[in-house]
Design a protein around this ligand. Structure first.
Ligand code: SF4
Length: 111
């Protein structure tokens, strides 16, 4: 490979990487509400160490002593599905599904 080809390949690689970075926010926006990847993800188990660390439960009423009144995954800013999907993604637990009626201590009110 000549230096010229190497530079050309490097420029193409860099351009691809920059386009990927630029497209990430658009991908996030398009996934929110569509739950497009949800069918491929496992449910977050309540005994998962990450779930335990954030007090996650499938039924928010199990944590009435800890949560704000009415706070559930379905009205959390980190919820990545629409309001009719029972199991959806959550940015606090990448690659796992949480229940729309669940809750964890990372809950953030939607503005
Ligand atoms: S961050 Fe929000 S959506 Fe995710 S598990 Fe906690 S309460 Fe549910």
């Amino acid at each position: 490979m000549t230096d010229n080809n190497f530079s050309h390949d490097r420029r193409r690689l860099l351009r691809g990487a920059l386009l990927g970075i630029a497209a990430a926010p658009l991908a996030y926006v398009s996934l929110r509400g569509s739950n497009a990847m949800a069918e491929d993800m496992p449910i977050l188990e309540e005994d998962d160490p990450q779930a335990i660390a954030l007090n996650y439960v499938h039924d928010a009423t199990d944590k009435d002593d800890m949560r704000s009144e009415g706070a559930i995954c379905g009205n959390c800013r980190l919820w990545l599905a629409d309001d009719e999907t029972e199991w959806g993604g959550c940015t606090a637990f990448p690659g796992k599904l949480v229940n729309i009626d669940g809750w964890c201590s990372a809950w953030v009110a939607t503005s």
